[in-house]
Design a protein around this ligand. Structure first.
Ligand code: TTP
Ligand code: MG
Length: 387
Protein backbone atom coordinates (compact mmCIF):
# COMPACT_ATOMS: atom_id res chain seq x y z
CA UNK A 1 0.00 0.00 0.00
CA UNK A 2 1.07 3.58 -0.64
CA UNK A 3 2.54 5.39 2.32
CA UNK A 4 0.21 8.26 1.63
CA UNK A 5 -2.96 8.27 -0.39
CA UNK A 6 -5.02 10.98 -2.07
CA UNK A 7 -8.74 10.42 -1.62
CA UNK A 8 -11.51 12.54 -3.13
CA UNK A 9 -15.07 12.69 -1.85
CA UNK A 10 -17.57 14.14 -4.27
CA UNK A 11 -21.12 15.13 -3.37
CA UNK A 12 -23.58 16.69 -5.79
CA UNK A 13 -25.14 19.98 -4.65
CA UNK A 14 -28.85 19.89 -3.70
CA UNK A 15 -28.97 16.93 -6.04
CA UNK A 16 -32.67 16.21 -6.67
CA UNK A 17 -33.55 19.91 -6.62
CA UNK A 18 -30.66 20.78 -8.95
CA UNK A 19 -31.81 18.16 -11.48
CA UNK A 20 -35.33 19.62 -11.36
CA UNK A 21 -33.97 23.14 -11.90
CA UNK A 22 -31.84 21.96 -14.76
CA UNK A 23 -34.70 20.12 -16.48
CA UNK A 24 -37.15 22.97 -16.02
CA UNK A 25 -35.78 26.42 -16.78
CA UNK A 26 -38.76 27.98 -15.00
CA UNK A 27 -37.31 26.68 -11.73
CA UNK A 28 -33.83 28.09 -12.17
CA UNK A 29 -32.78 30.57 -9.53
CA UNK A 30 -35.93 29.88 -7.53
CA UNK A 31 -36.68 28.25 -4.22
CA UNK A 32 -37.47 24.62 -5.07
CA UNK A 33 -38.49 21.94 -2.61
CA UNK A 34 -38.51 18.30 -3.65
CA UNK A 35 -40.87 16.16 -1.61
CA UNK A 36 -44.30 14.59 -1.37
CA UNK A 37 -47.27 16.81 -2.02
CA UNK A 38 -49.40 15.85 0.96
CA UNK A 39 -49.31 17.76 4.24
CA UNK A 40 -47.84 14.70 5.90
CA UNK A 41 -44.87 14.52 3.59
CA UNK A 42 -41.36 15.69 4.47
CA UNK A 43 -38.79 17.62 2.48
CA UNK A 44 -36.53 15.27 0.52
CA UNK A 45 -34.22 18.11 -0.43
CA UNK A 46 -34.37 21.81 -1.18
CA UNK A 47 -32.52 24.10 -3.56
CA UNK A 48 -30.01 26.47 -1.98
CA UNK A 49 -32.42 29.33 -2.68
CA UNK A 50 -34.95 27.61 -0.39
CA UNK A 51 -32.33 26.69 2.23
CA UNK A 52 -31.74 30.38 2.84
CA UNK A 53 -35.19 30.45 4.44
CA UNK A 54 -34.29 27.59 6.76
CA UNK A 55 -35.80 24.78 4.71
CA UNK A 56 -33.88 21.51 4.96
CA UNK A 57 -34.15 17.75 4.32
CA UNK A 58 -36.53 15.80 6.58
CA UNK A 59 -38.43 18.94 7.61
CA UNK A 60 -42.21 18.40 7.57
CA UNK A 61 -43.63 19.90 4.40
CA UNK A 62 -46.17 22.12 6.18
CA UNK A 63 -43.34 23.71 8.14
CA UNK A 64 -41.24 24.19 5.01
CA UNK A 65 -44.17 25.86 3.26
CA UNK A 66 -44.60 28.20 6.17
CA UNK A 67 -40.93 29.14 6.15
CA UNK A 68 -40.81 29.67 2.42
CA UNK A 69 -44.30 30.22 0.96
CA UNK A 70 -42.97 31.18 -2.47
CA UNK A 71 -41.17 27.83 -2.89
CA UNK A 72 -42.18 25.63 -5.77
CA UNK A 73 -42.82 22.09 -4.61
CA UNK A 74 -41.90 19.28 -6.97
CA UNK A 75 -42.59 15.56 -6.51
CA UNK A 76 -39.43 13.44 -6.72
CA UNK A 77 -38.63 11.63 -9.99
CA UNK A 78 -36.26 8.96 -8.72
CA UNK A 79 -35.76 7.25 -12.07
CA UNK A 80 -34.51 10.51 -13.51
CA UNK A 81 -32.08 11.07 -10.63
CA UNK A 82 -30.80 7.49 -10.96
CA UNK A 83 -30.12 8.13 -14.62
CA UNK A 84 -28.19 11.34 -13.92
CA UNK A 85 -26.34 9.58 -11.10
CA UNK A 86 -25.20 6.81 -13.46
CA UNK A 87 -23.94 9.39 -15.94
CA UNK A 88 -21.98 11.21 -13.22
CA UNK A 89 -20.43 7.99 -11.88
CA UNK A 90 -19.45 7.14 -15.46
CA UNK A 91 -17.69 10.50 -15.84
CA UNK A 92 -15.75 9.86 -12.63
CA UNK A 93 -14.52 6.55 -14.03
CA UNK A 94 -12.88 8.45 -16.89
CA UNK A 95 -10.40 9.69 -14.30
CA UNK A 96 -9.78 6.49 -12.33
CA UNK A 97 -11.33 3.04 -12.06
CA UNK A 98 -11.14 3.41 -8.26
CA UNK A 99 -14.56 5.00 -7.88
CA UNK A 100 -16.84 3.87 -5.06
CA UNK A 101 -20.37 5.28 -5.24
CA UNK A 102 -21.78 5.47 -1.71
CA UNK A 103 -25.17 6.98 -2.40
CA UNK A 104 -27.10 8.34 -5.36
CA UNK A 105 -25.07 11.57 -5.34
CA UNK A 106 -21.82 10.72 -3.57
CA UNK A 107 -18.66 8.84 -4.39
CA UNK A 108 -15.14 8.30 -3.15
CA UNK A 109 -12.22 8.24 -5.57
CA UNK A 110 -8.73 7.02 -4.81
CA UNK A 111 -6.56 9.19 -7.07
CA UNK A 112 -3.23 8.26 -5.51
CA UNK A 113 -0.61 8.38 -8.25
CA UNK A 114 -2.84 10.14 -10.79
CA UNK A 115 -0.68 13.29 -10.78
CA UNK A 116 1.31 12.48 -13.87
CA UNK A 117 -1.84 12.11 -15.92
CA UNK A 118 -4.00 14.88 -14.48
CA UNK A 119 -1.76 17.18 -12.47
CA UNK A 120 -1.85 17.86 -8.72
CA UNK A 121 -5.05 16.87 -6.84
CA UNK A 122 -6.72 20.32 -6.78
CA UNK A 123 -6.28 20.61 -10.54
CA UNK A 124 -7.65 17.11 -11.02
CA UNK A 125 -10.64 18.01 -8.84
CA UNK A 126 -11.24 21.15 -10.91
CA UNK A 127 -11.16 19.04 -14.05
CA UNK A 128 -13.73 16.65 -12.61
CA UNK A 129 -15.99 19.56 -11.67
CA UNK A 130 -15.68 21.04 -15.15
CA UNK A 131 -16.38 17.70 -16.81
CA UNK A 132 -19.55 17.29 -14.71
CA UNK A 133 -20.68 20.88 -15.29
CA UNK A 134 -20.17 20.62 -19.04
CA UNK A 135 -21.78 17.20 -19.41
CA UNK A 136 -24.78 17.25 -17.07
CA UNK A 137 -24.92 20.98 -16.21
CA UNK A 138 -24.76 20.36 -12.45
CA UNK A 139 -22.40 21.44 -9.71
CA UNK A 140 -20.80 19.33 -7.04
CA UNK A 141 -18.51 19.81 -4.07
CA UNK A 142 -15.26 17.92 -3.68
CA UNK A 143 -13.07 17.24 -0.66
CA UNK A 144 -9.45 16.19 -1.05
CA UNK A 145 -7.64 14.52 1.85
CA UNK A 146 -5.30 11.68 2.78
CA UNK A 147 -8.26 9.43 3.69
CA UNK A 148 -12.01 8.90 3.34
CA UNK A 149 -12.99 10.31 6.71
CA UNK A 150 -11.32 13.66 6.09
CA UNK A 151 -12.29 13.82 2.41
CA UNK A 152 -15.95 13.46 3.39
CA UNK A 153 -15.71 16.24 5.92
CA UNK A 154 -13.82 18.44 3.46
CA UNK A 155 -16.43 18.08 0.70
CA UNK A 156 -19.05 19.52 3.03
CA UNK A 157 -17.05 22.57 4.06
CA UNK A 158 -17.58 24.83 1.10
CA UNK A 159 -20.93 23.78 -0.36
CA UNK A 160 -22.24 24.44 -2.97
CA UNK A 161 -19.71 24.24 -5.81
CA UNK A 162 -16.89 23.83 -3.29
CA UNK A 163 -13.37 22.48 -3.42
CA UNK A 164 -11.56 21.93 -0.13
CA UNK A 165 -8.26 20.25 0.50
CA UNK A 166 -6.91 19.01 3.79
CA UNK A 167 -3.23 18.36 3.14
CA UNK A 168 -1.32 15.72 5.11
CA UNK A 169 0.54 18.41 7.07
CA UNK A 170 -2.71 20.07 8.15
CA UNK A 171 -4.48 17.01 9.49
CA UNK A 172 -3.70 17.39 13.19
CA UNK A 173 -4.43 21.10 13.30
CA UNK A 174 -7.68 20.50 11.41
CA UNK A 175 -8.98 17.67 13.58
CA UNK A 176 -7.96 19.48 16.80
CA UNK A 177 -10.96 21.82 16.62
CA UNK A 178 -13.38 19.58 14.75
CA UNK A 179 -16.63 19.09 16.74
CA UNK A 180 -17.22 15.38 17.44
CA UNK A 181 -20.71 15.73 15.96
CA UNK A 182 -19.13 16.15 12.51
CA UNK A 183 -17.77 12.61 12.57
CA UNK A 184 -19.86 10.25 10.44
CA UNK A 185 -21.45 7.66 12.73
CA UNK A 186 -21.64 9.93 15.77
CA UNK A 187 -25.37 10.20 16.37
CA UNK A 188 -27.29 11.87 19.20
CA UNK A 189 -26.57 9.00 21.65
CA UNK A 190 -22.81 8.96 21.12
CA UNK A 191 -22.78 12.74 21.20
CA UNK A 192 -24.50 12.70 24.57
CA UNK A 193 -22.06 10.10 25.96
CA UNK A 194 -19.13 12.21 24.77
CA UNK A 195 -20.66 15.39 26.14
CA UNK A 196 -20.92 13.78 29.57
CA UNK A 197 -17.23 12.97 29.36
CA UNK A 198 -16.59 16.61 28.59
CA UNK A 199 -15.55 15.88 25.00
CA UNK A 200 -16.67 18.37 22.36
CA UNK A 201 -13.85 18.27 19.82
CA UNK A 202 -11.54 15.64 18.38
CA UNK A 203 -8.66 17.44 20.08
CA UNK A 204 -10.30 16.81 23.45
CA UNK A 205 -11.06 13.23 22.48
CA UNK A 206 -7.40 12.54 21.68
CA UNK A 207 -6.42 13.06 25.30
CA UNK A 208 -8.83 10.41 26.55
CA UNK A 209 -7.43 6.99 27.49
CA UNK A 210 -8.42 4.22 25.02
CA UNK A 211 -9.77 2.00 27.78
CA UNK A 212 -12.29 4.53 29.02
CA UNK A 213 -13.58 5.32 25.53
CA UNK A 214 -13.91 1.63 24.74
CA UNK A 215 -15.80 0.96 27.96
CA UNK A 216 -18.27 3.72 27.13
CA UNK A 217 -18.59 3.26 23.37
CA UNK A 218 -17.40 -0.27 22.61
CA UNK A 219 -15.47 -0.87 19.41
CA UNK A 220 -16.60 2.46 17.99
CA UNK A 221 -14.63 4.09 20.83
CA UNK A 222 -11.41 2.71 19.43
CA UNK A 223 -12.30 3.81 15.91
CA UNK A 224 -13.12 7.29 17.17
CA UNK A 225 -9.74 7.51 18.83
CA UNK A 226 -7.92 6.96 15.53
CA UNK A 227 -10.28 9.31 13.68
CA UNK A 228 -9.42 11.93 16.33
CA UNK A 229 -5.86 11.78 15.02
CA UNK A 230 -7.17 12.01 11.45
CA UNK A 231 -6.25 8.39 10.80
CA UNK A 232 -8.52 6.20 8.67
CA UNK A 233 -7.26 3.26 6.64
CA UNK A 234 -10.62 2.33 5.06
CA UNK A 235 -9.89 1.61 1.40
CA UNK A 236 -11.88 2.90 -1.56
CA UNK A 237 -13.57 -0.22 -2.93
CA UNK A 238 -15.06 0.20 -6.41
CA UNK A 239 -17.12 -2.95 -6.20
CA UNK A 240 -18.22 -2.76 -2.59
CA UNK A 241 -21.67 -4.33 -2.67
CA UNK A 242 -24.70 -2.93 -0.86
CA UNK A 243 -24.68 -3.63 2.87
CA UNK A 244 -28.42 -3.59 3.45
CA UNK A 245 -31.74 -3.52 1.67
CA UNK A 246 -34.90 -2.03 3.07
CA UNK A 247 -38.42 -0.97 2.32
CA UNK A 248 -40.36 1.65 4.25
CA UNK A 249 -43.52 3.64 3.95
CA UNK A 250 -45.06 6.72 5.52
CA UNK A 251 -48.64 5.69 6.22
CA UNK A 252 -51.59 7.61 4.83
CA UNK A 253 -52.79 8.15 8.41
CA UNK A 254 -51.03 7.59 11.71
CA UNK A 255 -52.20 4.35 13.27
CA UNK A 256 -51.67 1.90 16.12
CA UNK A 257 -53.84 -0.71 14.36
CA UNK A 258 -51.88 -3.95 14.40
CA UNK A 259 -53.64 -5.26 11.29
CA UNK A 260 -52.67 -2.23 9.22
CA UNK A 261 -49.08 -2.37 10.45
CA UNK A 262 -48.93 -6.11 9.92
CA UNK A 263 -50.09 -5.75 6.31
CA UNK A 264 -47.46 -3.09 5.66
CA UNK A 265 -44.77 -5.39 7.05
CA UNK A 266 -46.02 -8.21 4.89
CA UNK A 267 -45.65 -6.18 1.70
CA UNK A 268 -42.33 -4.74 2.74
CA UNK A 269 -40.96 -8.20 3.61
CA UNK A 270 -41.98 -9.34 0.11
CA UNK A 271 -40.08 -6.41 -1.43
CA UNK A 272 -36.97 -7.00 0.69
CA UNK A 273 -37.01 -10.76 0.06
CA UNK A 274 -37.38 -10.26 -3.70
CA UNK A 275 -34.46 -7.82 -3.68
CA UNK A 276 -32.25 -10.28 -1.78
CA UNK A 277 -33.08 -13.07 -4.22
CA UNK A 278 -32.36 -10.76 -7.14
CA UNK A 279 -28.96 -9.95 -5.64
CA UNK A 280 -28.26 -13.61 -4.89
CA UNK A 281 -27.80 -12.93 -1.19
CA UNK A 282 -29.15 -14.06 2.14
CA UNK A 283 -29.36 -11.83 5.19
CA UNK A 284 -28.99 -12.63 8.88
CA UNK A 285 -30.12 -9.41 10.53
CA UNK A 286 -33.67 -8.11 10.22
CA UNK A 287 -34.46 -4.58 11.34
CA UNK A 288 -37.80 -2.99 12.11
CA UNK A 289 -38.04 0.78 11.88
CA UNK A 290 -40.86 2.79 13.39
CA UNK A 291 -41.39 6.50 13.29
CA UNK A 292 -44.09 7.68 15.65
CA UNK A 293 -46.63 10.46 15.18
CA UNK A 294 -44.37 12.80 17.16
CA UNK A 295 -41.53 12.05 14.69
CA UNK A 296 -39.45 10.17 17.26
CA UNK A 297 -37.97 7.08 15.70
CA UNK A 298 -36.77 3.67 16.84
CA UNK A 299 -35.09 0.72 15.14
CA UNK A 300 -35.04 -2.77 16.57
CA UNK A 301 -32.91 -5.55 15.11
CA UNK A 302 -32.53 -9.24 15.56
CA UNK A 303 -29.86 -11.52 14.19
CA UNK A 304 -31.18 -14.89 13.07
CA UNK A 305 -29.46 -18.23 13.70
CA UNK A 306 -29.06 -18.50 9.93
CA UNK A 307 -29.39 -16.55 6.72
CA UNK A 308 -32.60 -16.06 4.78
CA UNK A 309 -34.00 -14.63 1.59
CA UNK A 310 -37.57 -15.77 2.27
CA UNK A 311 -40.23 -13.09 2.60
CA UNK A 312 -42.05 -15.15 5.20
CA UNK A 313 -39.05 -15.49 7.49
CA UNK A 314 -38.35 -11.77 7.16
CA UNK A 315 -41.99 -10.98 7.83
CA UNK A 316 -42.22 -13.29 10.86
CA UNK A 317 -39.08 -11.81 12.35
CA UNK A 318 -40.19 -8.21 11.79
CA UNK A 319 -43.65 -9.00 13.19
CA UNK A 320 -42.08 -10.39 16.37
CA UNK A 321 -40.14 -7.17 16.73
CA UNK A 322 -43.29 -5.13 16.18
CA UNK A 323 -45.27 -7.14 18.72
CA UNK A 324 -42.54 -6.61 21.29
CA UNK A 325 -43.02 -2.83 20.97
CA UNK A 326 -45.53 -1.20 23.26
CA UNK A 327 -47.36 1.12 20.88
CA UNK A 328 -47.92 4.04 23.23
CA UNK A 329 -48.13 6.43 20.30
CA UNK A 330 -49.49 6.05 16.80
CA UNK A 331 -47.12 5.01 14.05
CA UNK A 332 -46.39 7.35 11.17
CA UNK A 333 -43.83 5.32 9.24
CA UNK A 334 -42.95 1.64 9.26
CA UNK A 335 -40.16 -0.18 7.51
CA UNK A 336 -38.20 -3.44 7.31
CA UNK A 337 -34.53 -3.85 6.51
CA UNK A 338 -32.22 -6.81 6.00
CA UNK A 339 -28.46 -6.69 6.48
CA UNK A 340 -25.45 -8.80 7.49
CA UNK A 341 -25.36 -10.48 4.10
CA UNK A 342 -24.04 -13.92 3.34
CA UNK A 343 -23.70 -15.52 -0.07
CA UNK A 344 -26.67 -17.42 -1.48
CA UNK A 345 -25.03 -20.72 -0.52
CA UNK A 346 -25.16 -19.97 3.22
CA UNK A 347 -27.92 -22.09 4.74
CA UNK A 348 -30.34 -21.36 7.54
CA UNK A 349 -28.71 -23.23 10.40
CA UNK A 350 -30.29 -26.34 11.85
CA UNK A 351 -31.20 -26.15 15.47
CA UNK A 352 -32.37 -29.26 17.27
CA UNK A 353 -36.14 -29.50 17.86
CA UNK A 354 -36.71 -26.45 15.69
CA UNK A 355 -38.23 -26.60 12.27
CA UNK A 356 -37.05 -23.07 11.41
CA UNK A 357 -34.52 -24.22 8.84
CA UNK A 358 -37.02 -26.45 7.03
CA UNK A 359 -39.73 -23.82 7.16
CA UNK A 360 -37.34 -21.23 5.77
CA UNK A 361 -36.23 -23.57 2.99
CA UNK A 362 -39.88 -24.24 2.15
CA UNK A 363 -40.71 -20.56 1.92
CA UNK A 364 -37.66 -19.82 -0.17
CA UNK A 365 -38.81 -22.47 -2.63
CA UNK A 366 -42.26 -20.87 -2.82
CA UNK A 367 -40.67 -17.44 -3.34
CA UNK A 368 -38.42 -18.68 -6.13
CA UNK A 369 -41.43 -20.19 -7.88
CA UNK A 370 -43.32 -16.91 -7.56
CA UNK A 371 -40.22 -15.05 -8.85
CA UNK A 372 -40.06 -17.34 -11.88
CA UNK A 373 -43.76 -16.94 -12.71
CA UNK A 374 -43.53 -13.16 -12.28
CA UNK A 375 -40.55 -13.02 -14.62
CA UNK A 376 -42.51 -14.94 -17.22
CA UNK A 377 -45.94 -13.38 -16.93
CA UNK A 378 -45.29 -10.05 -15.23
CA UNK A 379 -45.43 -8.92 -11.65
CA UNK A 380 -48.66 -9.27 -9.79
CA UNK A 381 -49.88 -12.31 -11.74
CA UNK A 382 -49.27 -14.52 -8.72
CA UNK A 383 -49.49 -13.36 -5.18
CA UNK A 384 -49.41 -15.23 -1.98
CA UNK A 385 -52.82 -15.71 -0.40
CA UNK A 386 -51.87 -13.59 2.61
CA UNK A 387 -51.44 -10.54 0.41
P1 TTP B 1 -27.55 14.91 0.11
O1 TTP B 1 -26.23 14.89 -0.59
O2 TTP B 1 -27.58 14.66 1.59
O3 TTP B 1 -28.26 16.32 -0.10
P2 TTP B 1 -28.29 17.25 -1.38
O4 TTP B 1 -27.44 16.71 -2.49
O5 TTP B 1 -29.72 17.49 -1.74
O6 TTP B 1 -27.71 18.62 -0.84
P3 TTP B 1 -26.18 18.97 -0.49
O7 TTP B 1 -25.83 20.09 -1.40
O8 TTP B 1 -26.23 19.38 0.95
O9 TTP B 1 -25.37 17.73 -0.71
O10 TTP B 1 -28.54 13.86 -0.54
C1 TTP B 1 -28.55 13.63 -1.93
C2 TTP B 1 -29.96 13.39 -2.43
O11 TTP B 1 -30.52 12.27 -1.77
C3 TTP B 1 -30.87 14.56 -2.14
O12 TTP B 1 -30.90 15.48 -3.22
C4 TTP B 1 -32.19 13.92 -1.92
C5 TTP B 1 -31.90 12.52 -1.52
N1 TTP B 1 -32.21 12.28 -0.11
C6 TTP B 1 -33.23 11.41 0.24
O13 TTP B 1 -33.89 10.82 -0.63
N2 TTP B 1 -33.51 11.21 1.57
C7 TTP B 1 -32.83 11.85 2.57
O14 TTP B 1 -33.10 11.64 3.76
C8 TTP B 1 -31.75 12.75 2.20
C9 TTP B 1 -30.96 13.46 3.24
C10 TTP B 1 -31.49 12.91 0.86
MG1 MG C 1 -25.51 16.12 -2.12
Amino acid sequence: MHASRTILHLDMDAFFAAVEQRDNPGLQGRAVIVGGLSDRAVVTTASYEARRYGVHSAMPMFQARRKCPQAIIVAPRRKRYQEVSRTVMGLLREFTPLVEPVSIDEAYLDVTGCERLFGPPPLLAERIKTRIRETVALTCSIGIAPNRFLAKIASDMDKPDGLTRIAAGEVLAFTEKLPVGKVPGVGPMTLETLRRLGIRTLGELRKFPDGLLERRLGRFGRRLKSLAFGVDFTPVEPFAPAKSVSSEETLAVDTADQTVLRNQLLQQAETVGAQLRKMGLRARTITLKLKYADFSQITRSVTLPGATQAADTIFGTALNLLQAQPLARKVRLIGVGASHFLPQSAPFQMTLFDGAAQRNAGWEKVDRTVDAISRKFGRGKVRKASL
